[in-house]
Design a protein around this ligand. Structure first.
Ligand code: HEM
Length: 455
């Protein structure tokens, strides 16, 4: 990401570079990014992901929405989209997610007591990772994984480690030509991490199938989780469902958890913004009321906080598009088919012409009715991507982030690490905190109780 900004300053908004065997055209202005994206065809492709696809071919597994291409990709999306993106379906997940949020808040209480001298939560990103995994599993499988327990189950812990290793090895594998992969010392490890990811998803799918089978035999109602719907609707084979579930799990954990970490990190540094958010939340949900989707709809500031977090820390800092079989014009240049474009979203998000005072955390940029907003280029910050290939989990991710953040801020005042550590972002495929984020969580109710007692 720093490389994006640096190169942009030297070469201007369009330059070529190489990454291993790949030639990449970097695009680093909102106007040019818009130009590339507006010319995308019916079946847009990010990259052909040969390393991820190779694994699936090796093991006879199905491709999911991340790795599939062409008409087959569109078919998968048309089956997966409705229950992931339609507001009516998404809002029905609020109760399920709220149950996980309740457990996370309890876990924060336990972490403060057990290892944080009563206030500190160490490695918040690691904790939020468990929350995001539990959250997405509860939506997809209507199963609880035990990540909010004091001891996280071994299989789950191994899944978490495998995702990290797979992303790490992916970056290395693609530096070599495909013909060399089977002979690379870390190829075996790469395959093993994927085996584990597929196995975790497979166990969950098989468990659900047995449950449905039992319920059908007992003549019980079997409506329910996302997976139940897919299994019952008969539009995909079990292997296809498994391919998609694995990719949804993979896409749905690091992204959400990193974004929540950054939003809390910034709120801790900006007490006034935090106070404004707190006032909005207690205004809409006073007392013990737990927010649902329609309450969230009345919290524009909460949404703006997440939106601004995604501008400053776009978890997907650079996205890609390959022109499949068409030439395209970008700026003054005509590019042949099969050109690989790298869209430098991170660099563009800090463009001061689009976002004045770009390094400042200013949620108000995203509030409606502000004059400033009309100046913002719609492609200045596109954290969930664009068009028919855009993020499949966007609405679910947003719901998870809104529910967790609003309820955490309602209960706790968040303050920076007393050790005063500054945390920088680093790109590990995704944009992650380079060092652990530790924050203080001050219980607002305890404060009120003490204030009451001292009167
Ligand atoms: C803060 C959270 C998230 C962010 C910022 C994010 C961002 C993105 C971005 C930028 C893309 C590429 C879009 C494009 O190429 O135009 C993407 C794709 C995708 N995301 Fe997300 N994502 C998030 C959460 C999730 C969650 C929770 C899930 C799963 C439930 C998910 C599933 C996917 C899938 C399956 C794709 C591939 C779609 C396709 O190629 O058709 N994402 N996401």
């Amino acid at each position: 990401s720093i490389y994006q900004t640096f190169s942009y300053k030297i070469y201007g908004p369009l330059w070529k570079s190489t990454y291993g065997p790949l030639v990449v055209v970097n695009v680093a202005s909102a106007e040019l990014i818009e130009q590339v994206l507006r010319q995308e065809g019916k079946y847009p492709v990010r990259t052909d992901m040969p390393h991820w696809r190779s694994y699936r071919e090796l093991r006879n597994q199905a491709h999911g929405p991340l790795t599939e291409m062409g008409a087959k990709w569109q078919r998968i999306r048309s089956i997966l989209n409705p229950r992931m993106l339609k507001p009516k379906h998404v809002s029905s997940y609020a109760n399920t997610i709220n149950a996980v949020v309740t457990d996370f808040i309890q876990r924060v209480t336990w972490l403060r007591e057990s290892s944080g001298q009563g206030v500190l939560v160490n490695d918040l990103t690691g904790e939020l990772y468990k929350f995001a995994f539990e959250g997405i599993c509860s939506v997809l499988f209507e199963s609880r994984m035990g990540c909010m327990e004091e001891e996280v189950p071994e299989e789950t812990q191994k899944f978490i480690i495998s995702v990290g290793e797979m992303f790490h090895l992916s970056q290395i594998v693609v530096l070599f030509p495909q013909s060399m992969w089977p002979r690379l010392p870390f190829w075996k490890k790469f395959v093993a991490t994927w085996d584990h990811l597929f196995k975790v998803a497979e166990d969950l799918v098989l468990k659900k199938m047995e449950e449905i089978h039992r319920n059908v035999q007992l003549d019980r109602n079997v409506e329910g989780a996302y997976l139940t719907h897919l299994l019952l609707s008969d539009q995909m084979t079990v292997t296809e469902i498994l391919g998609s579930m694995t990719e949804l799990l993979l896409a749905g954990v690091d992204t959400t958890s990193n974004t929540i970490s950054w939003s809390l990190y910034n709120l801790a540094k900006e007490p006034e913004i935090q106070e404004q958010l707190y006032q909005e939340v207690i205004g809409v949900c006073p007392g013990h009321k737990v927010p649902n989707s329609s309450d969230i709809a009345q919290m524009p500031y909460l949404k703006a906080v997440i939106r601004e977090t995604l501008r400053l820390y776009p978890v997907v800092p650079g996205n890609a598009r390959v022109t499949v079989d068409n030439e395209i014009v970008v700026g003054d240049h005509l590019f042949p088919k099969k050109t690989l474009f790298h869209l430098c979203h991170y660099a563009v998000s800090y463009d001061e012409n689009t976002f004045p005072d770009p390094h400042a955390f200013q949620p108000q940029r995203w509030l409606r009715g502000l004059e400033d907003k009309s100046k913002q280029h719609p492609f200045g910050s596109v954290p969930f991507g664009f068009g028919v290939r855009a993020c499949l989990g966007r609405r679910v991710a947003e719901l998870e982030m809104y529910l967790l953040l609003s309820r955490l801020i309602k209960q706790y005042e968040v303050r920076p690490d007393p050790a005063g550590t500054t945390v920088k972002p680093i790109t590990r495929t995704l944009l992650c905190p380079a060092t652990p984020i530790n924050l203080q969580f001050l219980d607002r109710r305890a404060d009120q109780a003490t204030a009451g007692a001292s009167l």
